[in-house]
Write a protein that binds this ligand. Structure first.
Ligand SMILES: [Zn+2]
Ligand SMILES: [Zn+2]
Length: 213
């Protein structure tokens, strides 16, 4: 389905509203007025419904929203991880780029990025068929350290945290992209070796280290 960019933005905003525990989107929360043709476009395709001025998903719309948010977050990952464009410039370009990632292209980008589970802001990327296939084949390239078994070794791909203190703590341990990491113990805490040093961290921190097998 080819929707206008504004219509896709509405679907994304509604998806995020649901993700944050809401049931509907208040059009006042986004900078698209309620009488914008994008709303008529979405109701015309039976993707949303408007009740008492609020926007609700219809089931087909939720699926469309899921794919739209998936493209958006994949575009963010591509901007930040591969093209190294960050901050507002990255956000803006991701918004432009996501609209180009339609059918088929999103799977290629997803595969190139090793089927990432989260966007750079830590929000979940809804998995596509490519992710399910890669998981079934066991070739999910990059996984959180928590999916490693003790004795398993890999290369650190990236650290996924918004918290600069955690980031500094990990960097001080030598947990940096490109370094080898050997998981020595996974319970009750995660003990790993980087270089010649061993460190122990809790599950929450281990979940933020992404490792290539
Ligand atoms: Zn994001
Ligand atoms: Zn995938």
């Amino acid at each position: 389905m080819k929707l206008s960019e504004k219509a896709e933005e509405i679907l994304e905003a509604l998806w995020i509203a649901e993700e944050e525990g809401g049931a509907f989107l208040d059009p006042e929360k986004i900078s698209i007025p309620a009488d914008d043709p994008a709303f008529t476009e979405l109701t015309g395709h039976a993707l949303i419904e408007l009740r008492q001025g609020m926007v609700y998903f219809r089931p087909e719309g939720r699926e469309e929203g899921r794919m739209t948010i998936r493209r958006h977050r994949l575009a963010e990952r591509l901007m930040m991880d591969v093209l190294n464009i960050r901050g507002e410039a990255g956000d803006y370009k991701a918004c432009q780029f996501e609209h180009l990632l339609n059918e088929g292209v999103d799977a290629k980008v997803c595969t190139m990025l090793n089927h990432p589970a989260t966007c750079p802001h830590g929000k979940p990327i809804p998995p596509g068929e490519c992710c399910a296939e890669a998981r079934a084949l066991g070739d999910l390239g990059v996984v959180p350290l928590t999916e490693f078994k003790s004795g398993q070794e890999g290369e650190i791909a990236y650290i996924q945290t918004e918290d600069s203190k955690k980031m500094q703590k990990l960097m001080a341990m030598g947990v940096l992209p490109g370094n080898r990491i050997l998981l020595m113990q996974a319970f009750p805490s995660y003990i790993f070796r980087v270089g010649f040093s061993e460190f122990a961290i809790d599950t929450n921190l281990a979940r933020e280290i992404f490792v290539r097998k």
